[in-house]
Design a protein around this ligand. Structure first.
Ligand SMILES: [Zn+2]
Length: 137
């Protein structure tokens, strides 16, 4: 079985299980895009795009708990909308929702999102900022 990474261009592992989420910043108009883009969606230029990590922690805007999972995901599990200071809102799994509330600070961590006959799908999920070894980044 081989493991697959979800959008490998949009994240990289840091120390421990911490993850940087990567987007692009346009050097012409300043627009930030996540995941990375090849052309700025605002000014349509492509010659000044630089990779920039989302500033963490993010803030939980809303979350829910699913008790009926699709195949390959163990239920129950939590899913949250998380806001970042660059103006990006991401939807992602919560590693543990028991201590999360609206307004909680969370950081991205690596983990298995789904398993199946072909292996596991790896990507980022969100954990309370105090759970990560170095705390808020
Ligand atoms: Zn631009």
């Amino acid at each position: 079985m081989a493991n697959t990474a979800l959008r490998p261009d949009a994240w990289r592992s840091d120390d421990g299980d911490a993850v940087s989420l990567l987007g692009t910043r346009c050097g012409h108009c300043g627009t930030y895009s996540f995941p990375p883009v090849a052309v700025c969606p605002e000014c349509w230029k492509r010659d000044a795009l630089a990779v920039e990590a989302l500033q963490q922690p993010g803030i939980v805007a809303a979350f829910t708990v699913s008790r009926i999972a699709q195949e390959g995901i163990e239920a129950p599990y939590g899913v949250a909308y998380v806001d970042f200071s660059q103006g990006v809102r991401l939807c992602g799994r919560l590693r543990d929702w028991s201590t999360v509330h609206r307004g909680s600070q969370v950081t991205a961590v690596a983990g298995p999102l789904r398993s199946g006959p072909a292996g596991e799908l790896y990507g980022w999920m969100f954990a309370p900022a105090s759970e990560t070894p170095e705390g808020p980044r």
